[in-house]
Ligand binder design. Sequence first.
Ligand code: AMP
Length: 448
Amino acid sequence: MSGDKSFDDLNLNKWIIRQCSTIGVKSPTPIQTHCIPEILRGVDCIGAAKTGSGKTLAFALPIIQKLCEDPYGIFALVLTPTRELAYQIADQFAIVGKPINIRCSVIVGGIDMVEQGIQLSRHPHIVVATPGRLADHLESCKTFSLSRIKFLVVDEADRLLGGQFDDQIKTIFASLPKSRQNLFFSATITDTLESLKEISNKEVILYQDPSLAEVATVDQLEQFYVLCSKDVKEAYLVQVIREYREKDEDGSIIIFTDTCKSCQVLSMTLNEVGFDNVALHSMCPQQQRLAGLAKFKSKTVKILFATDVASRGLDIPTVSLVINHSVPKVPKEYIHRVGRTARAGRIGKAITLLTPSDIKLLQSIEELIKTTLKEFKVDETEVGKIFTQISVTKSESFLKLDEGDFFEKSLINKRKKWILEGLDPDEEEAKLFKKYKRKKKKNKVISK
Ligand code: AMP
C-alpha cells in the first residue's frame, strides 16, 4: 500500500516519523504522499481514496506537526458520521501524539453529556465528534468554544455533507472561525465533494486515488453472490458460514443487515444455534456497542452483525469475510461494506445473499464496481436439513425481542430527532403509523 516516496520527503518532523515507525507505519501511502506536504503548506484539501488507504494519518500527521508548533486547545475539530469511527480516529491521534501528551476528546451520543461538557471545558487539543452530539453541546453549553480552531476535518465527507446531517452541520459551521484550514476526506468522490472545490475561495487541492474512478473495490477482494428465496435466507446464511468455516476457522466475519431489528433478531438467532456473535446497531446502548466491538476486535467473538453504522471506515484487519444479508439499497454503500475486509493488502471475500427481487440492485452494483460477482455454490441438501431449526429459532427470537419495547425505544429516538428538526412529533408519528399500516397491507397482498 506504500508509494515511492519516504516520510522524510514529506516535510514531517523526525519525531513524528519515528513514532509512526514504532507502530509499523514505515513508508507513506499514496494519499499520504500527496496530501501531507500540501496540508503542511496550509492549503485546503479534498482527498478521496479507497477505504483502508491510510486517510486518517494523511490528516492526523500534519495536524499533529502544526499543533506542536503552536500548542493550544481546541486546535482541530474532526467530524465523522459514526461513534465507532470517532473512537478509531481519536486512537490514531493519541498513539502518534503520545510524545507531546496530546489531549483528545471524543464527543459522541450515548455518553454522559455533563462529563463531555467538563472534558470540552478543559481545552482538549483535538475534538473528534459526531455532528448530532457536538451540535447539542454547542446549543446547550457555553463552557467551550470552537472559534479558534486551525483545522476542520470532515471525514466520510460524502455522507456528512450529503443532506442527512444538514441542520447539525449548519450549527457547527456557524461556530467556526472563517480563517481555518478545511480538510475533506471520503472513500467515494461525489458531486458534493467536487462542488466544494468550486465554492471554496481558498486554494484547494483535490487528490483522488487514480484507481478510484475505475474500480472502487480492491483487487484482493473476491466477490460472490448466493441466490436464494426470501424465506430460506437465514438457512442459507448459516450454511454459508458453515462452509466458509471449513476453509477458514479463524477469520472474523461481519454480516450486514438492513435494519436494527433484523440485525438484533439475526444476532439472537445465530447465538442460539451456536454461532457466537455480537450485534452493532444504533438501537444498542453506546457502552454495549463499544464492548461488543472490543470483543470483536480482540477476536473473543468472531462474528459481528451490523447495520450500515459499521459500513464505513472501521479498520479491523482480521475481517476475512463480509456477508451482505441484504443487498444495500445504494450501490456505493456496497463499496463501504465490503471495504471492511481485504484491508491493507490482505485477501478477503464478500458474499451477498440475493433474492430474485434484488437482481436490479445487483446490476447497479456490478456496474459501479466494474466487476461481475461470481456464484458461491452452497450445499442445498444441507440447507434443507437445517431450514426448520433456523426458522423456528428465528421466530422465537422475534418473540423474545419484546417487539413493544424495541419499537417503543425506536419511537422515542425518532420523536427526539423530529423535535430537534423543528417538526411536530405527534404529526410525524401519525404519518409514520399510516405508512406502516400501508406497508403491512401491501405485504399481506403479496403473501397471499
Ligand atoms: P485508514 O484508511 O485511515 O482507515 O487506515 C487503515 C489502516 O492502515 C490503519 O490501521 C492505519 O494504521 C494503517 N496505515 C496508515 N498509514 C499506513 C502506512 N503508511 N503504512 C502502513 N499502514 C498504514
